[in-house]
Design a protein around this ligand. Structure first.
Ligand SMILES: Cc1cc2nc3c(=O)[nH]c(=O)nc-3n(C[C@H](O)[C@H](O)[C@H](O)COP(=O)(O)OP(=O)(O)OC[C@H]3O[C@@H](n4cnc5c(N)ncnc54)[C@H](O)[C@@H]3O)c2cc1C
Length: 300
């Protein structure tokens, strides 16, 4: 089974699009075999929604980049062998979007320190990553030096398809149905009405997703409207998990699976899992800004 790495969904497509033949020949088979496990080093303290503020820098020393700075919220960094990252390579560039490069960096070296961050749910899912004279060969630069912003934006559209997939909401709907059936809630017409509302949202979203997936299969680039997928699936996911907490009543705050008949449903874990989804991959407020400007043509 494939691990939870960002190789196939994110850095792989980027290497296919912007990498050299040598990079493709080296990295792609290793991504497919899971020999390398990737994490994404974009966000920093002070550079989240406004990503171009990033300050982690890389300086060329002989045939290597020397990297100093800090990344944060790096999902699964503690389980990764490599990090793809945005670094500042020209601090004097006139605009902050210029002078950024995209590099591939091995994690197993003395200059890289990973510290896990524990979430509200008690899980160590993401990390801080510190770079203190960390090194990577110059051949691990993807695309042109100082042109990383173009690639970063391209990668974000792959990410939005990946995180906009229907499975988040579909799985939660399945859990809600199991729990509500076990708790006898389908006898209540008010609950049935609310269940139908979220179930239809899930169906509509899946149909929209299929449209974008077909576009990708035809090799067509995705437009800014792909932001709709992420907004829709994450907000539907949250609505479903909130309804599940309501159905559970006073038990909704209980840690661990709640037993209904012979199945257990972890209502609180699903609720916790849904909370950060509207933040990662570009918060939903930022996705709405993109839609309003690039799709509706409203003033920025
Ligand atoms: C679970 C999780 C996993 C993550 N994994 C990774 C990862 O693997 N790699 C990585 O690089 N990053 C990762 N991130 C970081 C994520 O991309 C950032 O949290 C996100 O981009 C928001 O940045 P920020 O946290 O700095 O919030 P800020 O940018 O400080 O935003 C704070 C609030 O202000 C709002 N806001 C900011 N600017 C505007 C604006 N112009 N208009 C309207 N509202 C605005 C935001 O929507 C948000 O509600 C992860 C985050 C989470 C929660």
């Amino acid at each position: 089974m494939r691990g939870r790495d960002m190789g196939v969904q994110m850095v792989g497509p980027l290497i296919i699009k912007f990498g050299t033949d040598a990079q493709k020949a080296y990295w792609l088979p290793r991504i497919l075999s899971c020999e390398d496990i990737w994490c994404q080093g974009y966000s920093e303290p002070g550079a989240g929604s406004d990503l171009a503020n990033l300050r982690t820098n890389a300086v060329i020393d002989g045939d290597e980049f020397v990297i100093n700075g800090q990344k944060i919220w790096t999902t699964m960094a503690h389980d990764s062998t490599h990090i793809f990252m945005l670094v500042r390579t020209d601090p004097k560039a006139p605009k902050k979007q210029q002078g950024i490069s995209f590099i591939l960096v091995p994690m197993d070296q003395p200059g890289v320190e990973v510290r896990t961050i524990t979430t509200l749910a008690g899980e160590t899912e993401f990390c801080e990553v510190f770079f203190d004279d960390a090194r990577t060969p110059c051949e691990n630069l993807v695309g042109e030096l100082n042109k990383g912003w173009t690639m970063a934006k391209s990668l974000l559209s792959f990410e939005r398809v990946f995180i906009g997939a229907p499975s988040l909401a579909q799985n939660a709907l399945g859990q809600l149905e199991t729990y509500a059936r076990g708790a006898g809630r389908f006898d209540d017409p008010v609950f049935c009405d609310r269940f139908a509302e979220v179930a239809l949202d899930v169906e509509d979203h899946a149909a929209l997703y299929a449209r974008f997936a077909d576009q990708l299969k035809r090799g067509e680039p995705l437009g800014a409207d792909v932001s709709m997928l992420k907004i829709w699936v994450t907000e539907t996911f949250q609505k479903i998990t909130e309804l599940m907490i309501e159905v559970a009543g006073p038990d909704g705050g209980t840690l661990g699976p709640l037993q209904v008949g012979n199945v257990g449903v972890d209502v609180l874990a699903a609720f916790y899992k849904a909370r950060p989804t509207t933040i990662y991959g570009g918060s939903n407020e930022i996705q709405r800004n993109i839609l309003s400007k690039a799709v509706l043509g409203l003033p920025g």
